[in-house]
Ligand binder design. Structure first.
Ligand code: HEM
Length: 451
């Protein structure tokens, strides 16, 4: 098998001076890690007034996100302030009673027991994209990052809202969120400087993008609600909150719908784009995936019942999530003093799990920077629990994990059994992390039909 090392930022061998650290963090969170961090278990540090504890071993990760969940439930000020204009108090960034109540209403929407009912939407949209690609002349250059964004937006709309978003709506959301991420700022200077939460944050140029996304979401919500409880979103609107027994008010509902819509398509789109890139550089893996898909599907689109028979496709998805986790940094702000891996953590400290570091830890993984899908095949060597956390872990684990995994396998197997994507000569692929980890602003690839 042709194992290769896909790109990652240079790793400084010494501690960076503060201005350089901030400059790099502003550009991309992936650029701040020193070489030594990839073999440390716990990294206590301080940036300006902000203390941080980076948990980088399976044990410390478990202590932080499972054992000490209650003290560490709250997201970092950076994440809350970055997403608040878009998601309000939506599940991704809420905490306390709001989070507890809403989590119980949102979790069932994409619960494992329901996925077989949602998979036909994934199959239909994948088949539609297959037909669209089949109609293109071979040699057409596509922006695979945008294409996957459109596809996953269509899937989440079909599954949750029971409607089409359409090419124009999908293009608006994908473009607006790309601009939003570029403008929202990677670091929250006020909290690093020790200023409180209420201190006003500057978010230049963000409002127009929020308005564009909200306009699309509001239209989807209105359409779904007009259909009563027939859509999953309609059923969520009618569900009683566990504490009060009341329904969510209109604002809360819109925030949760926006959260599901954004969390439900952006991450999966990045995963699919990265998988296409990785396969384009690893011909043997690409051939093996195509052969598996062809033998199971014989040209038709993949469905729920096929998932168990596509282990190599699933291994490619898992390995892509290891190398390029769409959410590569999970940060919490301690609300009470705790001890983690022998370190006393004061209230206000940021406790951070960094899948980017943990997934490439030199003592946890063999050839950690190589693309080796076989490591995830059934029967491969066991790895420590909690060394692999692309969906987070503990009570705040991603509610859409099964949905995203099923969608990724269905889409890749359906498309790549008949098409090959080659990296376009002008493509410059490099991981960049703002809110999510992407292969750049676009991913130009050339479409070829398989013989
Ligand atoms: C490959 C696809 C996906 C990846 C890698 C992913 C990753 C994650 C991660 C890492 C978190 C936790 C963030 C943190 O702890 O700070 C999260 C939370 C969440 N995800 Fe996903 N996600 C994916 C797909 C989805 C889908 C398809 C949905 C919905 C249909 C979804 C809905 C959510 C929600 C609602 C939360 C907030 C949960 C909470 O805080 O209680 N995600 N996701």
């Amino acid at each position: 098998m042709d194992h290769f090392v896909p790109p990652f930022p240079e790793r400084p061998t010494r501690r960076l001076p503060l201005p350089e650290l901030l400059r790099r963090a502003r550009r991309s969170f992936l650029e701040v890690w020193q070489d030594g961090h990839f073999e440390q278990d716990v990294i206590p540090t301080k940036v300006l007034a902000q203390r941080l504890l980076i948990c980088n071993s399976p044990d410390s990760v478990q202590q932080a996100f499972i054992d000490q969940h209650e003290a560490l439930e709250r997201k970092s000020p950076q994440m809350r302030h970055a997403l608040e204009p878009l998601l309000g108090d939506g599940l991704f960034i809420s905490d306390g009673l709001v989070w507890k109540e809403r989590r119980r209403v949102v979790t069932p929407v994409t619960h494992q027991s329901r996925l077989h009912l949602l998979a036909p939407v994934m199959t239909a949209i994948a088949a539609e994209r297959h037909a669209a690609w089949a109609a293109l002349p071979t040699g057409t250059t596509l922006d695979v990052l945008a294409a996957m964004g459109h596809l996953t937006a269509e899937v989440i709309c079909g599954a949750l809202f029971g409607r089409r978003i359409g090419a124009a709506g999908a293009a608006t959301v994908v473009d607006a969120f790309r601009r939003y991420q570029a403008r929202v700022g990677n670091i929250d200077l006020p909290s690093l400087a020790g200023l409180p939460d209420w201190f006003p944050r500057l978010r230049r140029g963000v409002s127009p993008e929020v308005r564009r996304i909200h306009a699309v979401v509001d239209q989807l919500v209105a359409g779904a609600l007009a259909g009563g409880e027939s859509s999953l979103i309609g059923a969520m609107a009618a569900a009683a909150l566990p504490g009060s027994g009341q329904r969510m008010d209109a604002n809360a509902f819109r925030n949760e719908a926006a959260t599901l819509f954004m969390a439900g398509h952006e991450t999966t789109a990045n995963l699919l784009a990265w998988a296409c890139y990785l396969l384009s550089q690893a011909p043997a893996a690409e051939e093996r995936l195509a052969a598996e898909a062809r033998s199971v599907l014989g040209g038709r689109a993949a469905g729920w019942d096929d998932l168990a028979r596509l282990p190599f496709t699933r291994a490619v998805v898992d390995e892509t999530l290891r190398l390029y986790p769409p959410v590569p940094l999970l940060a919490r702000q301690a609300q009470a003093p705790v001890t983690i891996a022998g370190h006393a953590v004061a209230r206000g400290t940021l406790v951070v799990v960094v899948p980017w570091l943990l997934h490439r830890h030199r003592r946890l993984w063999d050839r950690p920077d190589h693309f080796i899908p076989e490591r995830f095949l059934p029967g491969a060597a066991e790895r420590p629990r909690h060394a692999y956390v692309p969906f987070s872990l503990g009570p705040r684990v991603c509610t859409g994990m099964g949905f995203g995994l099923a969608e990724a396998v269905i889409v890749l197997a359906t498309l790549l059994q008949d098409f090959r994507l080659r990296l376009a000569p002008e493509a410059r692929v490099f991981p960049i992390c703002r809110l999510t980890l992407r292969p750049g602003e676009s991913l130009p690839m050339v479409l070829e039909r398989r013989g």
